[in-house]
Structures are given as C-alpha cells and as structure tokens.
Design a protein around this ligand. Structure first.
Ligand code: COA
Length: 177
C-alpha cells in the first residue's frame, strides 16, 4: 500500500510515527480535549495509534496524524475510519490539541480528507458521530455541509448503559454531484 501524505496550505496529514506517541498522550491528558470522550490511559492511547497503523496498512487510510507545515509540529489527528459495526459507511473524525483550536485547522484537514475520500475511495457518502454536548465537533460537521437526521441517533455500542456519553448523533455528507 503506498504511503499517504495529504498537504494543504497549512497542514500535512500523514501516517503515524513513533515520535507522535508522546505529544498525543500529552494532549489526551488535557481536560478540554477529553471533555466529551471516554476516559483513556496511556496504553489505550498507544493502542489507538497502533490501530491507525493497522488500518493504514490494511485499508490505505486511517485517522491520520496531522502536523503544521510551518512548525513541523504534531497537533492531533484528522482522517477516516473504515466502515465498522454498526456503520456501513466510512467515518470521518478529528481531535486537536486545545492550543490549536479556533484556527480553522480541523476544518482545513477535514475538507482535505473528504476530497480525498471522494477521489481515492469513490465513497458515496461519509458519516461523523458525536455526542449532542460536543458543540465544537458538530459545529464543524455543519460547516463541512454534513446534516443530521435525528431518527439516526444511536447508543454507542462501546459504552455501557447509563454512561452519559452513550447517546450519539450521526451526521452525513453525500458525495458532491
Ligand atoms: C472538534 C474540534 C476538532 C474542532 O476544532 P475547531 O478548531 O473548533 O474547528 P475548526 O477547525 O472548524 O475551527 C473553527 C474556528 O476557527 C476559527 N478560524 C480562525 N481562522 C480560521 C481560518 N483560517 N479558517 C477557518 N476558521 C478559522 C473560526 O472562526 C472558528 O472559531 P470559533 O471557534 O471561535 O467559532 C476540537 O474542538 C477538538 O479537537 N475537540 C476535542 C476532541 C473531540 O471532541 N473530537 C471530536 C470527537 S466527536
């Protein structure tokens, strides 16, 4: 599988490297970043990176590491997950260090990912999921042109009954005509 590197004006989306593990764990200890995410320890975070490396090798895409071109600095991830139960569509996702919010980086990375999905994967649609309280994340979904059908709200299968993060919304964007 050929290496993927997606460059935008300010960002590079690329495959994960071992030296991303420490800054990723650093941002995952920030309460702002994890406010709407399930609790994760260091080994969970390393496993998340391992999964991206496996998905990249097996599917040719993943939640790619994202760095700033100007500073060559890791700032988080943005990319796509292969369809996984209960979904049959590709899922887009993002997570940035708090200091890098509010600059349009997530949107710039996500738009580049969607372009790549339409072009390279021939995807018919792409979904994104989040909890209703995560206004920044679903705000980005709306800015990308995604729409939500409340009838598709669902309980996340990885979270136990009673978990306040269990109820999720699903957003979707169709391939541009
Ligand atoms: C969700 C997340 C990625 C959104 O990041 P973000 O920086 O708010 O999103 P965008 O890249 O669209 O940036 C939009 C903001 O940048 C501002 N901005 C500044 N320069 C900009 C530019 N050149 N282009 C576009 N927007 C720009 C916009 O005005 C907007 O500002 P606002 O926050 O004051 O409204 C981020 O909040 C995050 O990592 N959250 C924690 C992890 C998480 O919850 N992930 C999602 C799980 S479902």
């Amino acid at each position: 599988m050929t290496a993927v590197k997606i460059e935008t004006e300010r960002l590079t989306l690329r495959e994960w490297r071992d030296d991303d593990r420490d800054p990723f764990w650093g941002m995952m200890q920030d309460q702002e970043v994890i406010r709407h995410l399930p609790k994760r320890d260091r080994s969970d975070c390393d496993r998340l990176i391992d999964h991206q490396i496996e998905w990249q090798a097996g599917h040719g895409y993943c939640l790619w590491a994202m760095e700033l071109n100007a500073e060559k600095r890791f700032i988080g991830f943005c990319g796509m997950l292969p369809p996984h139960d209960p979904f049959v569509e590709i899922e887009i996702g993002w997570r940035l260090a708090h200091a890098d919010w509010g600059k349009g980086y997530a949107r710039e990375g996500a738009e580049a990912c969607l372009d790549w999905a339409w072009r390279e994967l021939g995807a018919a649609s792409v979904i994104a999921v989040t909890v209703p309280e995560n206004t920044r994340s679903w705000g980005l979904m709306l800015r990308l042109g995604m729409t939500c059908n409340p009838q598709e709200d669902f309980d996340h299968p990885d979270l136990p009954e009673g978990d306040p993060l269990r109820r999720h919304r699903l957003y979707r964007i169709d391939r541009p005509q």
